[in-house]
Design a protein around this ligand. Structure first.
Ligand code: UTP
Length: 292
């Protein structure tokens, strides 16, 4: 029986350069999809998967994230005075309990691998999840829950995967695939951002991971890889051949909210699903499409 996954790491230390100037003084992870910041979707997904401890790896200019996961007494008092109990619920019902959240700073944004390594002392010697808020996934059950359900049988390391167009492999960590068993594939190799001609497959890593603590030893070597950053993929590649390592084809629709187009698509998709907005947006989009 694999050890349970109780902790999740949320790396939010990146610079978000693709969203400048919006991210000059606001964390990318606080950009809203309709009315909820990206990071809240990720935390709610972890909560739905039974995660008990939430570890944020932050950086300079990210204090809005800490404030978002704190009680806002003044605002709650004002809403209470105005009898807006619906809004009090909207700002409170998803707040983690006191002591469930921890923050550590990545002093330099040296890459995703480095951000995860910064959480090593807060994780200790147990398996953990990593969620990238930029990868927003609409799935039922939520994607991390789907993964943890399979992890309960398989143990080891697991990454969420999906097929991408071959022309896009240089934006992803790409799998070399062994045996396949439905939604689960055996990982025999991992390449960070390969050119389409040399990519071992089109099955690519999406921002959900279940990792064993052994990964920290590899991350700690501080190897700078593709793009001059300490890449998580490079450390993961070194785990292959040890504990079981699987890719998990999650069921759901994924939006790359780290890119402008993915962010816009997510806003439209979530607005269409929204009970108050959907019916207003639909005729607008129909009109628009007639003139395209
Ligand atoms: P990205 O590759 O999207 O980088 O990071 P970025 O800096 O956030 O954004 P761009 O490319 O400049 O627009 C993927 C995830 O890894 C985190 C980011 O916060 C994001 O959640 N990250 C990245 C860190 O925490 N630290 C880093 O040094 C780099």
């Amino acid at each position: 029986m694999p050890r349970p996954v109780r902790k999740a790491v949320f790396p939010v230390g990146g610079l978000g350069t693709r969203f400048l100037p919006a991210t000059k003084s606001m964390p990318k992870e606080m950009l809203p999809i309709v009315d909820k910041p990206l990071i809240q979707y990720a935390v709610e997904e972890a909560q739905a998967a039974g995660i008990e401890q939430f570890i944020f790896v932050t950086g300079r200019g990210k204090t809005a994230i800490e404030d978002h996961f704190d009680n806002s007494f003044e605002l709650a008092d004002m809403l209470r005075a105005r009898k807006r109990h619906d809004l009090i619920d909207a700002i409170n019902h998803w707040l983690p309990e006191a002591g469930q959240v921890a923050y550590t700073r990545q002093q330099d944004p040296l890459g995703l691998g480095h951000a995860v390594w910064c959480a090593r002392n807060l994780i200790g010697d147990e398996p953990f999840a990593v969620l990238l808020a930029d990868d927003l996934i609409l799935g039922e059950p939520p994607s991390l829950k789907q993964m943890l359900d399979r992890y309960a049988d398989l143990g080891g390391n697991m990454v969420a995967v999906m097929d991408v167009p071959r022309t896009e492999t240089r934006n992803y960590g790409v799998l070399k695939i062994g045996r396949e068993d439905g939604e689960v594939v055996e990982v025999t190799g991992l390449v960070e951002k390969p050119d389409p001609e040399v990519a071992p497959s089109t099955l690519s890593v999406i921002g959900r991971y279940i990792l064993q603590p052994e990964v920290f030893a590899h991350l700690g070597q501080g190897h700078f890889g593709t793009g001059g950053e300490i890449q998580l993929t490079d450390a993961l590649a070194k785990l292959i051949g040890g504990a079981p390592f699987h890719g998990f084809r999650f069921r759901g629709r994924r939006f790359d909210c780290g890119s402008k187009i993915g962010f816009i698509e997510a806003n439209i998709a979530f607005a269409l699903e929204h009970e108050a907005l959907g019916e207003k947006l639909r005729p607008y989009l129909r009109d628009l499409s007639r003139n395209l």
